[in-house]
Design a protein around this ligand. Structure first.
Ligand code: ATP
Length: 284
């Protein structure tokens, strides 16, 4: 038997860090939503007790370092599943881009194996399992739009933002999430974004207000380290984006536009100096 799952990329419309906790993690406040750019996972039952991962993408680990492998191992152990699984990852989400590709693959694996092995695990339980794999995994289990607090695992679902186009561009540099958080001085953040303003814009479905309310404190770390990310933000604004922000810890930048007629100009303009550009819709 086989099952298929889609693993969409997430973007943060807002990412704030409130403080560094005693356990070393950061207390965050984020507004997350998903975009229609997704990896596709195929999961096939194996009678042998083994986990095999394959992917057409040459640049991700296929062993126990892969988050899909870790998700499969966790669910197998916790629910004492004796069968094995072959998982093929058709990667479409750029890797180490700030789009939670790995977390979304892990979440899709948990959802898929729950169906494949007919385990009947409730969604809340899947989220708890996901939290053991990474802070973004619980959100990726359900998707939609949510406020994430704590390490990112405490979720409050909210209504979807106004529909728009999202143009994503990833400069050819790698940014480590751990490194960016490590360099952040949580008590010296210059400007915290307003969660209230973001929530109001979503509630009232006011696209221009949402663009105004975009904010990500990790830009204070990543932008000075990688000037090309700042340049990409400026280029997007020049090309007509109504709001721009770095996604997660970067280096991907996204620009929001309300009208389809503006998308081609932005896409083509960015492709002039950036190879990885995607024009997608919000997944509402
Ligand atoms: P986040 O924003 O959650 O930190 P990201 O988008 O920055 O995620 P990922 O694409 O999830 O980063 O990849 C981060 C690291 O995880 C990479 O170094 C990659 O080698 C490793 N990795 C493990 N499993 C996967 C997977 N299934 N897909 C992509 N990367 C994976």
């Amino acid at each position: 038997m086989k099952v298929y799952e889609k693993a969409p990329a997430k973007i943060n419309l807002l990412l704030d860090v409130l403080r560094k906790r005693e356990d070393g993690f950061h207390e965050v406040e984020m507004v997350m939503t998903m975009v229609d750019l997704a990896d596709r996972l195929e999961m096939e039952e194996l009678s042998r007790d083994t986990i095999i991962i394959s992917s057409q993408a040459g640049y991700i680990p296929l062993d126990e370092k892969n988050l899909a492998f870790q998700a499969a191992k966790l669910i197998k152990e916790r629910y004492e599943v004796k069968q094995g699984v072959y998982i093929h990852l058709d990667k479409k989400i750029p890797v180490a881009a700030g789009l939670a590709g790995g977390s979304s693959d892990a979440a899709a694996t948990l959802r898929g194996l729950n169906r494949l092995w007919q385990l009947n695990i409730a969604e809340e339980e899947l989220q708890l399992l996901g939290a053991e794999l990474g802070s973004d995994v619980p959100f990726c289990i359900t998707g939609g739009t949510a406020i994430a607090r704590g390490r990112g695992e405490k979720l409050e679902h909210i209504s979807n933002p106004p529909q728009c186009w999202v143009v994503l561009a990833k400069p050819p540099i790698n940014v480590s999430t751990a490194d960016v958080y490590g360099r952040l001085r949580a008590n010296a953040i210059r400007q915290h974004p307003s969660l209230d303003a973001m929530l109001r814009s979503i509630q009232t479905q006011q696209f221009p207000d949402m663009c105004q309310a975009l904010g990500n404190v990790l830009e204070e770390v990543t932008l000075p380290m990688h000037p090309e990310v700042q340049q990409l933000k400026e280029a997007m604004l020049k090309l007509g984006a109504e709001g721009v922000l770095m996604s997660g810890s970067g280096p991907t930048v996204f620009g929001l536009v309300s009208k389809e007629s503006k998308v081609a100009r932005m896409y083509n303009g960015l492709r002039g100096f950036c190879k990885e550009v995607y024009a997608v819709r919000l997944l509402t």
